[in-house]
Design a binder for this molecule. Sequence first.
Ligand code: SF4
Length: 323
Amino acid sequence: MPAVLDDVTAEILALKKEREAIILAHYYQQGEIQELADVTGDSLKLARAAAAVRNPVIVFCGVVFMAETAKMLNPDKRVLVPDLQAGCSLVDSCPADKLQRYQEMLRANGRRFQTVCYINSSAAVKALSDWVVTSGNAVEVVRDRVPADYEILFVPDRHLGAYLQEVTGRSMILWDGACVVHEVFSLTDLLEMQRRYPQAKTIAHPECPKNILEHADFVGGTEAMRQFVARQAQPTTFLVATEANMIWELQRHYPQHTYLPVPGISCACNRCPHMARNTLEKVRDCLRNLAPEILWQPEFDRAREVLTRSLLQPPAPNPPAGD
Ligand code: SF4
């Protein structure tokens, strides 16, 4: 909690108490929002936290697909978002009608496959999938839960899919989507930083392209990154190839280390423009107005089943038969 409360922060805390709300914030939110949150985390940690919430109101500070996930996993709660326009380039890259047509074409060609979708996708895409994964559980689901005699159609992130293919050895049909933030890290700048800081460790998110991942000392989602940093006994310099707000979380818990953002091709650091739509004023306003709110959509019913099986339940002895 901030040592000195400004007016907006004080209002948020008062409204939070009045509404009996809990604030969940993604690691890619700016520090002042993370500082106010009851729980911070990656998509997997926040989804599991949302499923366990008892408060009547959840304020989800992230992007909309994350708030929808919280609603699907805890349907009785009111889930509020600071900005309903906070989207995601990966969600946009995979429209559900296009995916459905592609699945039908594969079936018509006799392909036997299961669809694994990254959580960064719409509810309608989740409803068309057999499994939903996050960067935190993707290896486990692909390796241990998708039956070995099925092909995998992986949507929408081609870079994460390619990484999973390499790590698990499963062959995949990859959808052609990418994250606008992770796709633009500059290899030239990374190599230059590695020359300048030869002792530094490079940590990279698997949404990055292969040319960045093959120069990383550690590849993992943001929670795995945090755990990797926590394991370093000696003060270390880290070159961080993910959304730059992650550094706030690392700095907060492990200030003995030094963190340098790997630059993007067109900017000095990488910020997600969708995550950046959320501000303290919007957090206050959504608590004040109890809006914008995530409302139940018809596709949430089927998407909830897939999410629950994929994120909350231990592996079943007989995995579901797929298409
Ligand atoms: S960082 Fe990339 S994947 Fe994450 S919300 Fe932003 S656009 Fe989507």
